[in-house]
Design a binder for this molecule. Structure first.
Ligand code: ATP
Length: 444
């Protein structure tokens, strides 16, 4: 990274603050130390930072409150890393689920913290510059497991197969894997959707062609194998290839060299080959539509990306990411989901997976000008859900139950903050207190 990483350190303990600040400066970071929450908010409003490192407990507020404030008040909130004590780990974990980057527990390894901050800053800058693949894949155990295995695969594997339903993020995983290669930014990442290219054009797309090889081939051209030399070739939808194309692909995969259409000279290619499919290749082998030898060649290491409905923890996290991306791109204030909309998003099966979720969030932001996105904005075509529970129950009981759940959800989403919850619900604090008392909702 060229420019110094700008770190905002929020720490009210003078010894800890000074030593952290000194270490970051010695490492070449541009470190700015704030000793209170108020000072941090002022600095965050006035200056741009790559990363915020904040203690969870501060004299005048909490790290969590600064995080929430930044998410709502800044057009582009920087990534947050929290410093936690023994008593605040649960809170920090909850914050990660809500979009914070990481946390370290005191006493922590300063070298590891410096390395982690550098990694986060590089990822954030890369994202700003549109370099895909450096952002985390998710917060669910399943996605974190995938993420954890990628550096090892980048070091050791030459062929990887990624399977999963359409829209789960297979290409995302491939980009993340590519990002784990040494000096990845300088290496090519080339993607080709084999299912989207007409059969006659697939061969020159893959292997290139020489001038005059076929009508319209006015110039010779390298195919994706050659273009990806030294980097990663992502071949999506390999299950859509004809058997004839599979033979040619097998040869290239086996021999690690290609011959351009109309050419004779074999061209060696050194690359990480990542194939992907939403199909059951094994079943295709059994029915004779996918070659067994190619299957074994590409299925050396398999990564299964689970559908979103099997990793629901990622849903709120992804929504927040998308909302932050939209705010950053549009320069508008960041939107939020009402608790009911979040609940609806969690309950929905998302057959189109992350792609469908992303589109739903984008559409909701375009269609609804309000700061808070409601279930109706997220699911404009949906019918109203049937009442939960016993439909024989008196209407009053049902409404009471709905109101109770809605208020609980709002309180949870505002971390129990009465003022913010009242604002979110559009009622006064007094009215909220009265409702909580009437509905017997405790306040933590
Ligand atoms: N972990 C993630 N974080 C952010 N965005 C994601 C993530 N996973 C997927 N997406 C987004 O969802 C969309 C679909 O992802 P991607 O193209 O990687 O899925 P896919 O499984 O390769 O789909 P297909 O099988 O249809 O090719 C893309 O817009 C991608 O940016």
């Amino acid at each position: 990274m060229n420019a110094a990483v700008r770190v905002c350190l929020v720490e009210d303990d003078p010894i800890m603050g000074e030593s952290l600040c000194e270490r970051f400066r010695l490492e070449g970071f541009d470190a700015h130390w704030c000793t209170s929450g108020a000072e941090a908010m002022r600095s965050l409003r006035e200056q741009a930072f790559d990363v915020v490192i904040s203690d969870m407990r501060l004299g005048d507020t909490t790290g969590e409150a600064i995080f929430d404030w930044a998410a709502g008040a800044l057009p582009q909130a920087p990534p947050f890393v929290f410093i936690t004590g023994y008593g605040t780990v649960d809170q920090a974990v909850a914050l990660i689920k809500r979009g914070a980057c990481d946390y370290v527990t005191k006493p922590f390894d300063l070298d590891a913290l410096v390395a982690r901050v550098l990694e986060i800053a590089s990822a954030a800058r890369a994202q700003d510059e549109g370099v895909p693949g450096l952002e985390p894949l998710g917060v669910s155990a399943a996605m974190q497991r995938i993420e954890a295995m990628l550096p090892r695969l980048a070091r050791a594997a030459s062929t990887v197969l990624i399977v999963g339903e359409s829209g789960v993020g297979k290409e995302r995983v491939a980009q993340r894997l590519h990002a784990c290669l040494p000096d990845a930014a300088r290496r090519p990442f080339v993607a080709l959707n084999c299912g989207a290219v007409p059969e006659t054009l697939l061969e020159p797309e893959l292997f290139g062609h020489e001038k005059g090889a076929f009508t319209g081939a006015a110039r010779s051209r390298a195919g994706v194998f050659e273009q990806a030399h030294g980097g990663t070739l992502f071949l999506d939808e390999i299950g859509e290839m004809t058997l004839a194309m599979q033979v040619r692909l097998l040869r290239a995969v086996q021999e690690r060299q290609v011959v351009r259409v109309g050419g004779e000279r074999p061209i060696p290619v050194d690359l990480l080959l990542v194939c992907a499919t939403h199909r059951d290749l094994k079943a295709m082998v059994a029915e004779g539509t996918f070659r067994e030898d190619l299957f074994y060649r590409v299925n050396v290491v398999q990564i299964r990306v689970p559908p979103l409905r099997e990793r629901r923890e990622d849903i709120p996290w992804l929504i927040r990411r998308f909302l932050s991306d939209i705010a950053r791109q549009s320069g508008e204030a960041r939107r939020h989901l009402t608790p009911a909309a979040e609940e609806a998003a969690l309950a929905y099966p998302w057959p189109g997976n992350v792609r469908e979720l992303k589109h739903a969030v984008e559409r909701a932001c375009i269609m609804s000008p309000a700061e808070w996105i409601t279930p109706a904005a997220l699911f404009p075509d949906a019918e109203l859900p049937p009442p939960a529970g016993d439909v024989q129950a008196p209407l009053g009981d049902y409404l009471r139950e709905c109101e109770c759940r809605y208020i609980r959800g709002a309180l949870e989403s505002c971390d129990g903050h009465i003022g913010r919850t009242a604002e979110l619900l559009g009622i006064s604090r007094k009215n909220l207190w009265e409702k909580m008392k009437k509905l017997d909702i405790g306040h933590a």
